[in-house]
Design a protein around this ligand. Structure first.
Ligand code: GLU
Length: 280
């Protein structure tokens, strides 16, 4: 089987050293086995994504010496594909509309309920609603309890090869309920899916065999494996790599312009210098 991996940035800001690590590692791992390396632009969050940052991604990755297959899949051009999956889940009775604001949820969580242990996941205020009651501006949530019943005969598991969590992981339904709860799959903006679902749909569509990404996304994997099981999609292998940190040991964020690739380029560093900095 041909090894196929992808680098899937969201164009919401400049690429920094952490992105460069992820992209270069994915590219190198694919090259090492004569595999394929794809670039995917995850731009479903229209409020935060900008064409300017997308252009900068192509520019920075090209400068780093990477090449990728054309055409590049831009998620904003495939919203109907993700919506079809939302409809599929809705027809299975696994989705409900939710009008709760962040502050509603905070208030519900801080009101102690007798006999109910404290939790930080969505308290289920709108769980009784059906899809016919959906209003513009409602989010769509997965009914986690029903979803887990749906896949109760399947073993949810994934193989991880990253340095921190290497091995076979069994996804525990209890743990998913406790840590993730009724996840948002369709965001408040009409026709906008959450990243978790769009990524699962496209990883299958693009026949991705190995997902290489930062350790910060390790905890998202259990939900993605559940979605794969619900939608009858294959579960790829995973490789969550170390995070690149700044000098103070803090994880890099898009706003940390000091570590932006564009900044290093402007300062006269070469792609080799970047590889050296990253130990690649
Ligand atoms: N688009 C996500 C990000 O920029 C990456 C998702 C993934 O690799 O699964 O953080």
């Amino acid at each position: 089987m041909t090894f196929i991996t992808r680098f899937a940035p969201s164009p919401t800001g400049p690429l920094h050293l952490g992105h460069a690590y992820s992209a270069l590692l994915s590219y190198d791992m694919a090259q090492a086995v004569n595999g394929r390396f794809l670039l995917r632009i995850e731009d479903t969050d229209v409020s935060r994504c900008r064409p300017y940052w997308e252009e900068q991604i192509y520019d920075d990755l090209g400068w780093l010496g990477l090449s990728w297959e054309q055409p590049v899949l831009c998620q904003s051009e495939h919203l109907e594909r993700y919506n079809a999956k939302i409809i599929q889940l809705a027809e299975m009775g696994l989705i409900y509309p939710c009008s709760c604001s962040r502050s509603d949820i905070r208030a519900a969580l801080s009101a102690p309920q007798e006999g109910v242990p404290p939790t930080t996941v969505y308290p289920g205020t709108c769980r009784h609603r059906d899809m016919c009651s959906r209003q513009p501006g409602d989010a769509l949530r997965l009914n986690m309890e029903r979803a887990l019943e749906y896949v109760s005969s399947k073993q949810l598991e994934f193989l991880e090869s990253g340095p921190k969590h290497a091995g076979m992981h069994i996804v525990s339904p209890q743990e998913l309920q406790r840590s993730t709860g009724d996840a948002v799959l369709g965001r408040k903006e009409i026709e906008t899916v959450s990243y978790v679902l769009a990524a699962v749909v496209d990883d299958a569509k693009q026949d991705i065999t190995t997902i290489i990404r930062g350790e910060d996304l390790f905890d998202t994997t259990a939900l993605q494996v559940l979605l794969q099981a619900l939608l009858d999609l294959p579960t790829p292998h995973y490789h969550h790599h170390k995070l690149i940190r700044d000098n103070a040991g803090k994880r890099l964020a898009k706003r940390d312009d000091a570590c932006a690739i564009a900044k290093y380029r402007a300062d006269g560093l070469t792609p080799c210098d970047i590889r050296q900095k990253l130990g690649l």
